[in-house]
Design a protein around this ligand. Structure first.
Ligand SMILES: [Zn+2]
Length: 384
């Protein structure tokens, strides 16, 4: 992977290039930031750059022997650790057992999240682990001499999965062997063992800017300019999200949301049931995106209502719906509605029946929007 393939982050790329030129590469680094920001891609591109035989002023060369291997993720000195489950019944979870699947998944979409990855190995309902055995395996691999690269690099994706077994790595992280670089790629700083955190140099990787997402969609995915801009607004710096929204491009959510709100507020049970059946038929990922779209819509509605109208990111048809919706909304209702939608999103992810989950959400939503009391111990709390 090269910097040129990574969306946005111009300043960060230039900073990393300076670090490489200075030849003072920190031996333990933490790339951290929100989902869909491209942090894993950045770590892979950085590992390629530091092993490239003929780097240019702005990037790895992309054609030397090291680059050829690094771009296929098969460079013998670039190692990967990531959350996994045991490959067979009774087998301990080990990244090496899944490396072929991991390479394929990351090369297909370097912006994937942990859920996408676990889904690729049909483990989305399980907890991915980085175990003590895996930590020992990292130590073992990094104790060998470099095969051919200038640097040995260990990329640990989602170190949040390392619990106390992560302490096995402390000495390595503090004082790795010569020419060894460890890059942790994480989303949540508070979920990383403090002993590990304090031994790394932190590089924050922010959300991708809207203009960069929009340009990438236009140039790489042939999305029409206006649509690309709208998707970039919705994706909110998350390119994983942007790609999912492109897939749904022919199926815009605003009309669906309008129908849903209308059926709900009119208590139109038969329309509501057929709407839910249609939605359930489109699969979990579609419903999750629809709920994310709804959350985005509510956030923009509040901006429209309480702040400068020009700040709200709406298309023309969305704006009409938002103006209608704003009449029903206030801050108190929003505080009830948002966690409810988030819990539904979680429930859908955890395989709850989508039709029942959405129908129940509609019932609660109608009560909230109309200012009726809702039960304190609601059905979603029982699911969550
Ligand atoms: Zn090269």
């Amino acid at each position: 992977m090269q910097f040129s393939q990574i969306i946005g982050h111009a300043n960060l790329k230039s900073h990393l290039l300076d670090v490489v030129k200075s030849e003072k590469i920190p031996h333990a680094q933490l790339f951290i930031g929100p989902e869909g920001n491209g942090a894993l891609a950045m770590a892979i591109a950085f590992a390629q750059l530091i092993n490239c035989e003929k780097p240019t002023e702005t990037d790895s060369c992309g054609i030397c022997g090291a680059c050829q291997k690094a771009k296929k993720m098969i460079h013998p000195d670039i190692h990967f650790t990531f959350p996994v489950i045991g490959k067979k019944e009774g087998k301990p979870p080990l990244s090496d057992d899944w490396i072929a699947e991991f390479r394929k998944s990351v090369l297909e979409n370097p912006y994937l999240n942990e859920y996408d990855w676990l889904q690729k190995i049909k483990a989305e309902n399980k907890q991915g682990n980085i175990t003590a055995l895996e930590a020992k395996n990292i130590l073992r691999k990094l104790s060998f001499k470099n095969y051919e690269g200038k640097y040995r690099v260990s990329i640990i994706w989602k170190p949040e999965a390392l619990k106390k077994e992560g302490n096995i790595l402390l000495k390595l992280i503090e004082e790795p062997p010569a020419n060894t670089i460890i890059i942790l790629v994480a989303e949540n700083q508070e979920d990383i063992l403090p002993t590990i955190l304090s031994r790394t140099q932190i590089t924050k990787i922010n959300r991708i800017e809207d203009k960069d997402i929009s340009a990438a969609l236009i140039n790489q995915y042939q999305v029409e300019a206006e649509k690309a801009q709208r998707i970039a607004f919705l994706a909110d710096g998350n390119f994983r999200e942007a790609l999912l929204l492109v897939e749904n491009e022919d199926d815009p959510f605003d009309q669906d949301l309008k129908d849903w709100l209308t059926f709900t507020l009119n208590n139109n049970a038969s329309e509501l049931v057929s709407f839910m059946e249609k939605k359930a038929g489109k699969g979990r990922e579609h419903i999750k995106q629809f709920l994310e779209y709804y959350l985005h819509f509510l956030r923009e509605c509040m901006i429209l209502k309480f702040s400068n109208q020009l700040n709200a990111k709406f298309t023309h048809s969305e704006k009409q719906l938002a103006e209608r919706m704003s009449r029903f909304l206030n801050e108190e209702k929003l505080y009830l509605l948002v966690p409810l939608i988030e819990k539904c999103h979680y429930a859908i992810e955890r395989n709850c029946n989508p039709k029942i989950t959405l129908l129940n959400l509609s019932i609660q939503m109608e009560k909230i929007l109309r200012g009726k009391p809702i039960s304190t111990e609601s059905w979603v709390e029982r699911i969550g």
